[in-house]
Design a protein around this ligand. Structure first.
Ligand code: KG4
Ligand code: ZN
Length: 343
């Protein structure tokens, strides 16, 4: 990332999906080991692609939380060593703040900068949060999930039905082939803060739907498909997924999207938002993108491109940029915090 107009010089992502797919979800111990194995080659590749060496760096930004502590520790230890060895400022970034900055960075580079106050909907495998974002930047939490995150719900439903991990991309590809009104789910009503989310009831409703039918043969057919081909095409999946299950997937996805956008619309009105930012892995979802763009909102909606929606290092650098300018630096006592709050 370079100054003036912020711009990405390189963005290298080491995917662990193949490692975790076998287990149907992220295995924390394996995640730490993969981080340890990947961090040196990934940083070397990022510097090579950017055409600069360590001497070309102005600071080191690192995620200090929230997240899996083992993985955070690998990043923190490496960042501290880099900062010490090359005498570079160390900047701690909150992972959620990174997701929000991915949108701001890209909006800036496409000539449609984000206007404040903005409403940020961060939807990933670990988070479903609504924040008011004001210049500063200042963040105010308006709502969050009480149980599962939206991405986690996609992953659990996919796993239950034999679609493997991660679930979001598969359900996204198959949902357009099913009837989104085939199954009627009741929407969650929240006691306390009506802007909080809950996806565990929906997950249980999907479980109940599957228990009322004998899906053993189709689920086994999908598991067999995954064993023979870890990356099936949409056509491969369609060959082992009957219309009733496609209808379930489409209805599930429609319900998640409605839950997300209903609360986002209310929040946007309440804070008189001048931009709506949607980010995190679930922001890749094409149904969510289409529905958000069709909302009758008084402000524009910004999504990052898919590569900047899922986890990446460029978003952490983007969030660190302003901190460097404001002198918000960290020292070597910086700790990893699994539940680090933003705001
Ligand atoms: O932001 P991210 O890469 O990692 C976390 O911080 O969690 O998000 C990963 C999550 C997974 O739950 C994955 O299923 C979901 O994002 N995801 C999607 C799509 N692509 C990834 N969910 C719905 N539709 C997608 N196209
Ligand atoms: Zn993330």
């Amino acid at each position: 990332m370079v100054g003036g107009a912020r711009r990405i010089l390189s963005s290298v992502v080491a995917s662990q999906l193949d490692t975790h797919a076998k287990y149907g979800g992220v295995v924390p111990e394996l995640a730490s080991r993969e981080h340890l194995r990947a961090i040196v080659p990934v940083v070397a590749e990022a510097l090579a692609q950017a055409g600069c060496g360590y001497s070309g760096l102005g600071a080191v930004a690192v995620t200090s939380g929230p997240g899996l502590v083992g993985s955070l520790l690998v990043g923190l230890t490496f960042a501290k060593a880099l900062s010490f060895a090359h005498n570079l400022p160390l900047i701690a970034v909150n992972h959620i703040e990174g997701h929000i900055h991915a949108v701001m960075l890209e909006a800036e580079s496409t000539g449609r900068p984000v206007e404040f106050p903005a409403l940020a909907l961060v939807v990933s495998g670990g988070h479903t949060h609504l924040f008011e974002v004001r210049e500063g930047p200042h963040y105010r939490l308006l709502g969050k999930t009480r149980d599962d995150a939206a991405g986690e719900a996609f992953d659990k439903v996919a796993k239950l039905l034999g679609f493997g991990y991660p679930g979001g991309p598969v359900i996204d590809r198959l949902a357009p082939h099913g009837d989104p009104h085939a199954v009627r789910f009741t929407l969650a009503r929240m006691k306390g803060n009506p802007l909080d989310f809950s996806f565990s009831g929906l997950k249980t409703a999907v479980l109940r739907w599957t228990q009322q039918r004998d899906l053993t043969a189709e689920i086994e057919a999908r598991r067999a498909l995954l064993r023979s081909n870890p990356r099936p095409s949409a056509e491969d999946w369609l060959a082992v997924t009957p219309p009733a299950t496609l209808g379930l997937l489409a209805s599930f996805q429609r319900t998640v999207i409605e839950e997300l956008l209903r609360r986002a619309s209310v929040c946007a009105g309440q804070i008189a938002a001048r931009s709506l930012l949607v980010s995190g892995g679930v922001a890749c979802n094409s149904g969510l993108r289409a529905a958000a763009r069709a909302l009758p909102l008084a402000c524009p909606v910004h999504f990052p491109s898919p590569g900047l929606s899922t986890d990446n290092a460029a978003m952490i650098a983007a969030a660190a940029f302003g901190k460097l300018e404001r002198g918000e630096l960290s020292d070597y006592a910086l700790m990893a915090r699994a539940n680090l709050p933003l705001a």
